[in-house]
Ligand binder design. Structure first.
Ligand SMILES: [Zn+2]
Length: 506
């Protein structure tokens, strides 16, 4: 029947289409050779069915038996194809499962390899200790390590240990070489320091702007700083310069426009004049610059002087008790300290001349005459301070007033030169060193380096200072002054000062 033939034809077409669709769906997953055979067999069968059905329809009109046979054949084919389809679905499911298993196995293997590699690395690092950070060779990438056989891994590990040992050895050798080099450099630097003290500039060659104000000559402080290689800085008060500092790593001088006292290298220093501001620029008096600041900033004295014989002057004595506080008498303590100083100086090899050794009173003129007679290299006068006010305490060191300057406690300008003024610069440095030494040794209050018209130091024939070791009028300080411990500290402070002054001498 044409109708049933047509139906068969359409059924065959539908079957072909469904097989094609099925084949396309299956190609979503990779196919094995067997899969491909099955697929092509199904396609061939479908094509054959379509072609034979079409040719039969074209040739002749089939009989009822032929139609029935054809229908049965198509039914068998349909069943076969359905079976194939089920098999392919199963295969597809199996394939996905196999792929998942393979991926899981690969991940597991990778993790195991990484764990093993990490363990190997840790073992190698442990074996070489501090050299554990040795970088692996380029070929030791994770992939190649993963692929290595246990024997190869062991061999690589051994190589890594040897490499690390070699690097460790090289590092140790380099460290030793560096240490040797550093020691040699330090030795060279030390010897350089010993032989080359920084050079002082000759004051006469310095270019300094100068002005005169109220008959006093001043030098430009910035120019001073430049000539000593120092940095200049200032402070302002109400928009006016009120203070200035010049400094480098080892030296520092502080000045004020309001007060004469400043600080030089950590010690309080009374200048002869306060800092002057002219046209918004700071100046210091020329006499302060020459007799005080320059000697404290320079490394070596420009005046050749010795330091072998030292005259020690115990203040007061005999009929002159000096300051008193109850039973405490200045003349007693000045002699005790002078004798302690004598003992220590003689131990150090100095020749010591005492202006008095007992409770006697050589006059001030007699003391000055002794200085001129024996020509010591230094003159040190020892005194104790006193005040009607019981509060003041601390240590002061005096030097002669330079010509053109005034006393710290006065305003009258000194015009006549004394023998002691030959040594103005050295007086300043000696006073500075001894004051610094006593403050360091006793921990006492620094009342500064001062100037006063004191007969014995003004009329000395060598650098001379007068030390006030403390206030008898202060209840706490008088007890200290009376004690051997404090007296010894004062003596050791003076000795330290003499050592500092000695290094300043050429
Ligand atoms: Zn005195």
């Amino acid at each position: 029947m044409p109708k049933s033939l047509l139906q068969s034809f359409l059924a065959a077409c539908a079957l072909f289409v469904s097989v094609s669709v099925m084949a396309q769906t299956v190609t979503d997953v990779p196919l094995s050779d067997a899969d491909v055979k099955i697929k092509s067999a199904a396609q061939n069968a479908a094509q054959n069915a379509v072609q034979s059905a079409a040719s039969e329809a074209a040739k002749k009109i089939p009989t009822a038996e032929e139609i029935a046979a054809e229908r049965a054949r198509l039914e068998r084919m349909r069943a076969a194809l359905a079976a194939e389809r089920a098999a392919l679905e199963q295969y597809k499911a199996d394939l996905v499962k196999r792929q998942q298993e393979a991926a899981a196995a690969a991940a597991k293997a990778k993790a195991e390899a990484e764990t093993k590699a990490a363990a190997e690395k840790a073992a190698a690092e442990k074996a070489v200790g501090s050299a554990g950070s040795v970088p692996p060779p380029a070929k030791d990438d994770p992939v190649s390590i993963r692929n290595m056989s246990p024997e190869e891994l062991q061999r690589q590990r051994q190589l890594a240990i040897e490499r690390a040992k070699a690097i460790e050895k090289a590092v140790a050798a380099q460290r030793a070489a560096d240490a040797k080099k550093k020691a040699a450099a330090e030795k060279a630097a030390a010897s350089t320091v010993q032989t080359t003290t920084p050079k002082d500039k000759d004051v006469a060659t310095m270019k300094l702007r100068k002005i005169t104000q109220n008959k006093v000559r001043y030098v430009h402080l910035r120019d001073v700083a430049v000539n000593y290689g120092l940095t200049f800085a200032y402070t302002k008060n109400a928009n006016k310069i009120s203070g200035a500092v010049i400094y480098d790593k080892t030296r520092k001088a502080i000045f004020s426009t309001s007060y004469r006292d400043g600080m030089v290298n950590g010690v309080q220093v009374y200048f002869l004049y306060p800092m002057l501001i002219k046209n918004n620029e700071p100046y210091i008096s020329e006499v302060d610059f020459l007799t005080c600041l320059d000697p404290l900033l320079r490394y070596k004295t420009p005046v050749k002087l010795g330091m072998k014989t030292i005259m020690v002057d115990a203040g007061h004595g005999g009929s002159d008790p000096g300051a008193m506080n109850g039973t405490h008498k200045e003349k007693v303590y000045t002699l005790q300290i002078a004798k302690r100083l004598q003992t220590q100086l003689e131990k150090l090899g100095f020749r010591v001349i005492m202006t008095r050794t007992g409770d006697t009173y050589p006059t001030l003129q007699e003391r000055a005459a002794l200085c001129k007679k024996y020509k010591p290299d230094l003159f040190i006068s020892i005194h104790c301070n006193s005040s009607t006010n019981k509060t003041p305490a601390g240590i002061e060191t005096y030097r002669a007033v330079p010509v053109g300057g005034t006393e710290t406690k006065g305003s009258k300008v000194k015009t006549e030169k004394q023998s002691g003024n030959e040594f103005d610069a050295n007086n300043s440095r000696l006073a500075f060193e001894i004051q610094k030494g006593m403050i360091a040794a006793t921990g006492g209050t620094d009342r500064g380096i001062r100037h006063q018209a004191i007969y014995v130091i003004g009329n000395a024939s060598c650098p001379a200072v007068l030390v006030e070791v403390g206030y008898l009028s202060n209840a706490a300080e008088v007890k200290k002054i009376a004690s051997p411990d404090y007296q010894n500290k004062i003596v050791s402070g003076i000795l330290a000062g003499l050592a500092g002054y000695g290094s300043f001498l050429r």
